[in-house]
Design a protein around this ligand. Structure first.
Ligand SMILES: C[S@@+](CC[C@H](N)C(=O)[O-])C[C@H]1O[C@@H](n2cnc3c(N)ncnc32)[C@H](O)[C@@H]1O
Length: 272
């Protein structure tokens, strides 16, 4: 099945409602607190008013964490999730001048280059949707010089997830129970079978090395409660204007000498 259709099925009306209810109950705890702090620090760290893009914004769980934001665009493929983002958690605390919500696929984005200072995507790519270099380069193009991208992917060694609106079958319940006892290669194969978008930190690092981003950092976040798994948190920064693109080409050329500068425009393989 097409992952877009699958995602829209997962985040149907009832699952979206459950998701939004959890926003209210769990705000300030566990992973919500972790990602809220990241969004707050990143957005507040530019020292000026910024424009922000939230890819797969869902119910707008992290809108209230944003600081110093002039314009926020939230994009999501689920109309039900997006509907709920019109009245997100802690809405009274949201301090953004202008919010635009768009229903659509993040891979079909058609926006002018250098439109944003910060792009973030939490719980979306490397989970429900794939991530590859074509997409990363597109995001780099959407960022202003020195712009920042923060996103998460699911670590492939994590215990696999259940769609929120699905009853767990006996087999799935059993697999979940015994998952921690499995050797790493079995964990990886099982998760690959269930979600081909999950990644190892090596795969993610390789992807970022090939990207146009000047610097990046990947760290592992083990969820303290709820879902028992880990996300790989990735923060990448775009080069500033002078010499950035040339430096990227040179670095890529060194990594893959046979491909030389053409690699910048090549279509990389999809992960998974
Ligand atoms: C787990 S939710 C995360 C929502 C929000 N980022 C958060 O952290 O609460 C995943 C969201 O990503 C959206 N999504 C997944 N793939 C997408 C795609 N290709 N284009 C747009 N939205 C997508 C889903 O519809 C869903 O709302």
């Amino acid at each position: 099945m097409d992952y877009r259709k699958e995602t829209m099925d997962i985040f149907d009306q009832s699952a979206s409602k459950q998701y939004r209810e959890k926003d209210d109950h769990l705000v300030g705890h566990g992973s919500r607190q972790h990602y809220c702090e990241i969004v707050r620090e990143l957005s507040g760290g530019f020292g000026k008013k910024i424009n922000v893009l939230d890819l797969g914004c869902g119910t707008g769980r992290y809108f209230h964490c944003l600081r110093n934001v002039k314009r926020l665009m939230g994009i999501d493929i689920s109309a039900h999730m997006l509907d709920l983002a019109r009245d997100p958690v802690k809405s009274k605390q949201i301090d953004v001048e202008d919010i635009e919500l768009r229903c659509g696929d993040i891979y079909s984005l058609e926006l002018p280059d250098q439109s944003f200072d910060l792009i973030y995507s939490i719980g979306v790519v490397g989970e429900y949707s794939p991530i590859n270099n074509v997409f990363l380069d597109k995001l780099s193009g959407l960022l202003a010089p020195k712009g920042r991208l923060f996103f998460t992917v699911v670590d492939v060694y994590s215990r696999f997830q259940m769609p929120e609106n699905k009853q767990a079958s006996f087999t799935r319940r059993a697999l979940r129970k015994f998952f921690p006892l499995l050797p790493p290669f079995a964990k990886k194969s099982l998760n690959r079978a269930l979600s081909s978008f999950y990644m190892t930190d090596r795969e993610l690092t390789a992807l970022l090395r090939k990207s146009q981003f000047a610097t990046f950092n990947v760290s592992r976040f083990e969820h303290p409660s709820g879902w028992q798994g880990a996300h790989l948190d990735c923060l990448a920064e775009k080069h500033d204007k002078v010499g950035g693109a040339a430096a990227t080409v040179a670095r890529r050329g060194a990594d893959t000498p046979q491909e030389n500068t053409l690699v910048v425009f090549s279509l990389p393989e999809q992960q998974g």
